[in-house]
Design a protein around this ligand. Structure first.
Ligand code: DC
Length: 226
């Protein structure tokens, strides 16, 4: 890792990790890496090929066909390329969220993406967000934050976000999906979601975006000054 700083931010889906982490990275001049987007890109390929996400052997056999690129656009926005095609928008479709939860539980998929994630942190100072960054991908990260919020708070945020895009889904549907994904992510055998022993736990239930961002920046700055 050399002189670079690595900040690992882990936590359940919808806790606001990506928007807070991206904004904090911009403020500090770090690169923001959204690892969920990388898992979503692999899953999109599996989805498009019509492979059953529960078929571990078929998913594993398809991995060598996948080439992923990360590029950075305006405002540090991470754009995802799958075999040369920009899939940044498509990976956010709700069916891909559920599909990714299944695909990301396959150990071969996690191994396939490990070196890519580590090399991103080797090149520059990063804020990397995901589920197992502090525990598995970057166990030596100088700063580890475990960001959570109540399932109800996370479902409400997601519902508001989707409503702006014209979804028909009810809050109850979304809450059920949030709880289902939490269950999958925390109960899988391969790299389950859990805080690293040395992580600072931050619960943003009821916090505004600005408040959460300031709290994260304060934790990182405290480390940089130490
Ligand atoms: O953060 P997100 O909602 O975009 O993540 C999508 C899925 O990918 C989620 O179900 C968990 C999985 N994921 C993972 O297993 N490991 C990571 N480092 C990041 C995401």
């Amino acid at each position: 890792m050399g002189k670079h700083i690595a900040v690992a931010i882990d936590g359940p889906s919808g806790a606001g990790k990506s928007s807070i982490a991206r904004s904090a990275a911009q403020e500090l001049g770090f690169v923001y890496v959204d690892t969920g987007a990388i898992y979503r890109t692999v899953s999109l390929y599996i989805f498009d090929r019509g492979i059953d996400p529960a078929d571990r052997a078929a998913v594993t056999a398809a991995l060598p066909e996948i080439h992923i690129d990360l590029r950075y656009g305006d405002g540090g926005l991470q754009r995802m390329f799958l075999n040369g095609e920009d899939v940044t928008e498509r990976i956010r479709l709700p069916e891909i969220s559920m599909f990714t939860s299944a695909v990301s539980g396959i150990p071969e998929v996690r191994a396939f993406l490990m070196e890519m994630q580590r090399s991103l942190a080797r090149e520059r100072s990063v804020i990397m967000d995901g589920r197992d960054i502090g525990t598995v991908v970057l166990p030596e990260a100088q700063v580890k934050i475990f960001l959570t919020a109540s399932p109800e708070d996370r479902a409400r945020r997601r519902w508001e976000e989707l409503r702006e895009r014209g979804t028909e889904k009810t809050y109850e549907d979304i809450l059920r999906e949030v709880e289902e994904r939490d269950y999958n992510d925390t109960h899988r055998a391969a790299a389950p979601l859990r805080p690293a022993e040395d992580a600072v736990c931050l619960d943003t239930t009821g916090c505004t975006f600005r408040q959460s961002r300031e709290r994260i920046l304060a934790i990182i700055r405290r480390h940089m000054e130490a």
